[in-house]
Design a protein around this ligand. Structure first.
Ligand SMILES: [Zn+2]
Length: 424
């Protein structure tokens, strides 16, 4: 086992051993574009990090072992313009057991319900398939009227969904899985993939699978975080190993075209910090709405240049503020340990010397320690019992809601992104 060079948490290691699979290869390096195989130009190398969601336990911290880390390099295809991560981390290590559940966030549940109410198959008997169906929340909104099937590699989620009568295959979505679903359940009138296109290394395999599965007049709906929104907000902490692609429409239109499909319409949705919902089928002509969005994307190259400059400015501003507060003898805690916080803490070089502890509302994370930086994660009652002078909000995308919910405690908040703010 040691021969694999794997030094991560023992629990994950045991799972690999039990699965009978070969040990994890830490990462490999991509030299060609995921969408068109064109050459990649490097945009940015962030600090090396461990897998962003790989929290460790007290025993691991006490052992003095170090987690595996890998570089995070963002690149842009010089042919189609697609922005992507060059590092590819073993997906089995990241997705076989997954703690994020769509159903736990009321905001996201509302988003999924609204999607199901506006996008549906043409006939009541039709089959709806979701790729990366997570805990089955979206499928549950279709299940009354349609046949539904999910495919998701996270065994824990697939089993839970199947137990709720939302049949879910615990597997990655490939040509093989797609053919199996078609053989058993027939062709799909609607295939959905939410956020999957941000997470998958091999998008060709997924799209070829969808082609096998889709009925002749079927639709494929892809929703994914939108690169221009990330660039506008300077939210570089969206870059971590699970996020392999940062999409905009122009490369995607080309990509589907090369696979004999048509991305014919898209619109903006307010999810994951700004996303696009794309409609794909076997040949509908592009809508005017899509043409307008493509025209607006001509400024992406300029936005990228501004984004890169913004990151360095944000780092200087935040680290200087934290250093000044520490010099004054203030205590600083943090709120939230989402995946993105791993990137922010590592790239800005912020660790235990600055942040005493982090509070988390998710009980699964309490009692654990942050990847690489090993900051203890505790329950939210610590905000009352230990009263830090400042709280750095690492779940900054929910900062409005968080600050309002804890307003009665009279704490001072530091919100690092999109623009540094001190509140209270
Ligand atoms: Zn490309």
């Amino acid at each position: 086992v040691n021969g694999l060079g794997y030094t991560g948490p023992a629990r994950a290691l045991e799972e690999y051993a039990a699965s009978g699979q070969p040990g994890p290869q830490l990462y490999r390096w991509r030299t060609e574009c995921r969408l068109c195989s064109g050459p990649l130009d490097r945009l940015l190398r962030l600090a090396d990090t461990p897998p962003a969601n790989e929290l460790v336990d007290a025993e691991f911290v006490a052992s003095g072992k170090k987690q595996d880390t890998f570089p995070l390099v963002l690149a842009r295809c010089s042919s189609c313009g697609h922005v992507q991560l060059q590092t590819v981390v073993d997906p089995a290590r990241m997705f076989s057991e997954y703690f994020y559940q769509s159903g736990t966030s009321p905001v996201f549940r509302g988003h999924l319900r609204a999607l199901a109410e506006s996008v549906f198959p043409k006939h009541a008997s039709d089959l709806v398939v979701e790729v990366g169906s997570n805990d089955g929340t979206l499928l549950s909104y279709y299940a009354d009227e349609y046949k539904v099937v999910g495919v998701d590699p996270a065994r824990n989620l697939a089993e839970a969904a199947t137990a709720r009568n939302l049949l879910t295959y615990a597997d990655f979505f490939t040509r093989r899985t797609a053919q199996m679903v078609r053989d058993v359940h027939g062709a799909a009138a609607l295939v959905l993939a939410l956020n999957v296109f941000a997470h998958a290394d091999d998008l060709h395999e997924i799209v070829e699978g969808v082609k096998l599965l889709l009925a002749d007049d079927g639709r494929f709906v892809v929703e994914v975080a939108y690169l221009p929104d990330m660039l506008r907000d300077g939210t570089f902490d969206m870059v971590y190993a699970e996020h392999t692609s940062f999409h905009h429409l122009s490369p995607l239109v080309e990509f589907f075209g090369r696979h004999g499909l048509s991305l014919y319409d898209a619109h903006h949705v307010d999810s994951q910090g700004g996303s696009i919902r794309c409609f794909v089928d076997r040949g509908t002509a592009p809508t005017d709405r899509l043409r307008r969005m493509l025209a607006d994307e001509l400024t992406v190259a300029d936005q990228i240049a501004e984004f890169l400059a913004q990151i360095e400015a944000a780092k200087v501003e935040l680290t200087e503020l934290l250093a000044k507060l520490k010099a004054e003898g203030r205590t600083i805690a943090a709120f939230g340990a989402p995946a993105k916080s791993t990137t922010l803490l590592h790239h800005f070089g912020i660790g235990r010397e600055t942040i005493d502890w982090i509070v988390e509302e998710n009980p699964l994370k309490q009692g654990k320690f942050t990847p690489g930086t090993n900051i203890p994660i505790v329950g939210t009652d610590a905000l009352t019992s230990r009263r830090p002078d400042y709280v750095l909000c690492l779940a900054w995308n929910f900062s409005k809601d968080i600050v309002r919910r804890y307003e009665h405690l009279g704490l001072a908040w530091i919100v690092p992104l999109p623009r540094l703010q001190v509140i209270g």
